[in-house]
Write a protein that binds this ligand. Structure first.
Ligand code: F0G
Length: 457
């Protein structure tokens, strides 16, 4: 088989700023060992997120010029609405400025004290919006998903027996919604199978619980279904997407991922009554129902991006490029989540740095080391992001201590990725020199964005 090439040519380029290791040590110290605080100009390869960082196509840029900026009834809204309807089959489409705005609206309406939202794994903003409403989020990840190096095709799946148990335990009346995150971002970008989506949907139907999909990476998940699930090899990605959404009652979506947009999102659903309540809240928080916090040009870019993302040449290249980096690291014995996920490579920091206890945030220590060694910005998905405190202030750690290297869509080439692998392998060689960190300042919610840390002396 020949090399799978980037299925695009580069029309416009953006220079990268180079820094020295000595400069990066100072930059990191000034940023309190939290790369969210680093100026992007001081980053060489930015793998902090795949969200809003995509390169748009020439078609999308042309769409930006065509964007209709009418306050109400903009033609770009109808183009956007049509695209979403075609892909999801949902009759009601509500634009929002990004994914978490859709979440905020949904959970403000459905959440509250004494309520429980069940998921395979909730993403951090989703969980935060649920908790902010007073409700509680419960993850029911399948057993295979809990072991980073255990290879299984659908490690993002929900544990259906646990879902049933939770419904029995908490009472269906206290569960306003079950949410399936595809792909499962916090659990390694791992896909969810069609069979699992169907099974979760059936359980929800039996108990009259609405079943929603967090659809940020629906195209990547659909492509994994095509590659890995029996009976889907001959189906097209749009066909798979339509089927997948057909088992659900609605979705939240961040268009900053699988729509190649730099901003945007939406809520889509079948329930007219719920939609009326969502639109009321939309108008006072986001904007009128035909723009929801977005410019007409953004709606146009999303409408086009949603179609482009389902191109199978693109998806083949996308999934292969993540696998390429994963395999390079596996060959060098770097502990990573296997098999490769859809949008990112996840390093198992607990295995990488066994000498650093979880109370000293091994994931964040590795994030800092990658920045100093090669100017690579990554993100910790571990106890800094998800850790909680017991009443005696002892850390309740996250299940896994991961470092995510999220690959922006259509932005970096193979040589950038080769460089990333070289840096990680170099840091792995010197891993015993890496020290743990302690937190010096933090906020009660989503602390990882702004926390200040310092190395343990
Ligand atoms: N759900 C999932 C699964 C996500 O990955 C994200 C964002 C959101 C919801 C929220 O969407 O950012 O548009 O408000 N994930 C980004 C990331 C931030 O880096 O993984 P948003």
């Amino acid at each position: 088989m020949k090399t799978i090439i980037e299925p695009f040519k580069i029309k416009s380029v953006e220079p990268i700023h180079f820094t020295t290791k000595k400069e990066r040590k100072v930059i990191l110290e000034k940023a309190h060992y939290n790369p969210f605080r680093i100026h992007a100009d001081d980053v060489l390869i930015d793998l902090l997120t795949d969200s809003g960082t995509s390169a748009m196509s020439s078609d999308q840029w042309a769409g930006i010029m065509r964007g209709d900026e009418s306050y109400a009834g903009s033609s770009s809204f109808f183009h956007f609405e049509q695209s979403v309807k075609e892909i999801t089959g949902f009759p009601i489409v509500i634009p929002t400025h990004q994914g978490r705005a859709a979440e905020k609206i949904l959970f403000s309406i459905l959440g509250g004290k004494g309520k429980y939202f069940i998921s395979n794994t909730l993403f951090d903003t989703t969980r935060a919006n649920i908790e902010f409403s007073g409700a509680e989020g419960i993850d029911c990840l399948c057993e295979a998903g809990k072991y980073p190096s255990f290879p299984a095709p659908f490690k993002g799946n929900m544990d259906i027996d646990l879902l049933k148990k939770m419904i029995d335990q908490k009472g269906a009346g206290n569960i306003p919604m079950v949410i399936m995150t595809i792909t499962n971002n916090s659990g390694g970008g791992q896909p969810v199978s069609m069979q699992n989506i169907k099974a979760a949907s059936e359980v929800c139907k039996q108990h009259n619980i609405p079943f929603f999909i967090d659809a940020c990476r629906f195209a990547e998940n659909s492509y994994f279904i095509k590659l890995r699930e029996e009976g889907y090899a001959g189906k097209s990605v749009p066909e798979i997407a339509v089927e997948l959404f057909s088992y659900s009652d609605g979705c939240t979506m961040s268009a900053k991922k699988d729509a190649f947009a730099n901003i945007g999102g939406f809520l889509a659903m079948r329930d007219m009554e719920l939609a009326v309540r969502c639109r009321n809240l939309l108008i006072i928080t986001e904007g009128f129902t035909t723009y929801g916090g977005l410019a007409g040009r953004d709606l146009e870019a999303i409408a086009i991006g949603l179609k482009e993302v389902m191109d199978e040449h693109y998806l083949q290249y996308r999934i292969r490029s993540i696998e390429y980096l994963t395999n390079k690291l596996i060959t060098a014995n770097v502990p990573v989540i296997q098999p490769a996920g859809g949008h990112a490579v996840y390093i198992d920091a607990k295995e990488f740095l066994p000498h650093i206890p979880v109370e000293q945030y091994p994931g964040q220590a590795l994030v800092c080391a990658l920045y100093v060694e090669g100017g690579i910005r990554s993100v910790e998905i571990g106890s800094l992001m998800f850790g909680k405190y017991a009443p005696n202030h002892q850390l309740i750690p996250s299940q896994m201590e991961l470092v995510r290297l999220a690959i922006p869509r259509r932005v970096y080439t193979q040589s950038h990725i080769d460089y990333v692998a070289e840096v990680i392998i170099e840091v792995f060689r010197k891993r015993n020199e890496i020290k743990g960190l302690e937190i010096t300042e933090e906020t009660p919610l989503l602390r990882h964005f702004t926390a200040k840390l310092k190395p343990i002396s």
